[in-house]
Ligand binder design. Structure first.
Ligand SMILES: Cc1ncc(COP(=O)(O)O)c(C=O)c1O
Length: 383
């Protein structure tokens, strides 16, 4: 057998193992009521975004031609970054192609082998991978465990610095991080706080930039990371923070330096998303109200859905059961997706339901009763 045939046969074996463990992923086009996307405010297809992109395209051109440090520094990016910084109440901001790239570039720029990084056990894969690339000493603390953070901040760290890295709204749990308490611990022990606002941007704070703004912590947090492809309905991501840090990222963040710049039209999309977040704050208020409504309806159907954000996890446990529940809900017209390890810890497979502005109360009510009925039919614990 040739090396190629041998390798292909090994891959087929691995796919079969994934299938048997309920871990094989398959791509599926959107169908049914969207209860799973991160388009929380319903902006991804909003005419203002679509029209702004269409109108800007002839002037911007299609491709970005190179990295930002070469010919890719399109004139649309600097004013956008000024606006993003102002939106977040910070000195400066730097645009990346994705949130994954932002975290992968940020963490190794901040921390190195002499440093200590404290990371919440349920942080997103991009934070985990960024941390690995940094080669910093790491303490992975139990989810939201402030005592563990304090203990780790007391560890000797020689010449190195200590960073605490967390999401502000956890993307799979939907719970809110006690940011002020973390900032207090950092202040008390000389730590530097880094907050991933991917699931808070567009949804929290008077301007809508996130929970750091909501809690008035901009001066106490080193850097925040914001996704443009979730509530803002566009794409890309940015890091906001002090000017020196952003200048440093321009020279040092490898995912920025060694990567083709985002398409220039992203600037038009993000500007339009920001217009809508500023001009229509009732959208985010409605999303939070609807999320509370869904949680109440799920509770009436016997389902305890934790968290307090538009991300509503319906815990199932076993991978196969979560996938089966997803399939049965799909047959009834609901697109609520199962999430399985390694996205979530072993044994905690769940439906990750997201509440979005365009979804009506009656649809959420129909979903809650279907989920309760199907969980009972599958003889799965409903609480
Ligand atoms: C907390 C968090 N950070 C970063 C990312 C990555 O962002 P992007 O999808 O823009 O790569 C995600 C995406 O799901 C996320 O949930």
């Amino acid at each position: 057998m040739s090396a190629l045939e041998d390798y292909r046969s090994e891959l087929r074996g691995q796919l079969a193992d994934l299938e048997a463990a309920g871990m094989r992923r398959r791509l599926r086009e959107p169908q049914g009521l969207d209860l799973c996307s991160n388009d929380y405010l319903g902006l991804a297809a909003h005419p203002h975004l679509v029209e702004s992109m269409r109108a800007a395209l002839p002037g911007l051109g299609a491709g970005s031609t190179g990295s930002r440090l070469l010919r890719g520094q399109h004139p649309a990016f600097a004013p956008l970054e000024e606006r993003l910084a102002a939106f977040c109440g910070r000195e400066a901001a730097l645009l990346f192609s994705t949130g994954y790239a932002a975290n992968l570039g940020l963490l190794p720029t901040l921390a190195g082998p002499d440093d200590l990084v404290l990371s919440d056990a349920l942080n997103h894969a991009s934070l985990i991978d960024g941390l690995r690339l940094s080669r910093a000493r790491k303490v992975v603390y139990r989810h939201q465990d402030l005592d563990a953070v304090e203990q780790a901040l007391r560890l000797p760290r020689g010449r190195g610095r200590a960073f605490v890295v967390t999401e502000s709204v956890f993307g799979m749990e939907g719970d809110l991080t006690p940011l002020e308490e973390l900032a207090d611990l950092c202040d008390a022990h000389g730590g530097l706080l880094v907050v991933d606002e991917a699931h808070a941007t567009g949804l929290h704070g008077a301007s809508g930039s996130g929970r750091v703004e909501e809690q008035g912590l901009q001066e106490r947090v080193l850097a925040t990371v914001h996704a443009g492809g979730k509530a803002l309905g566009a794409g890309g991501a940015w890091v906001a923070g002090p000017r020196e840090l952003v200048d440093h990222l321009v020279s040092r963040a490898r995912t920025f330096v060694f990567s083709t710049a985002p398409l220039p039209v992203l600037a038009a999309a993000l500007n339009a998303g920001l217009d809508l977040v500023a001009g229509e704050p009732e959208r985010r208020r409605e999303v939070h109200r609807k999320a509370a409504h869904l949680r109440a309806r799920l509770a009436s159907a016997g389902i305890a859905a934790e968290g307090s954000s538009p991300i509503v996890p319906v815990r199932v446990g076993a991978n196969e059961a979560a996938v089966e529940l997803q399939a049965r809900l799909a047959r009834e017209g609901f697109d609520a997706r199962a999430v399985r390890p390694p996205t979530v810890p072993e044994g905690t497979a769940r439906l990750r339901v997201t509440v979005r502005h365009p979804v009506s109360d009656p649809d959420l009510e129909r979903f809650a009763s279907a989920a309760g009925r199907l969980l009972r039919a599958l003889a799965l614990p409903v609480a």
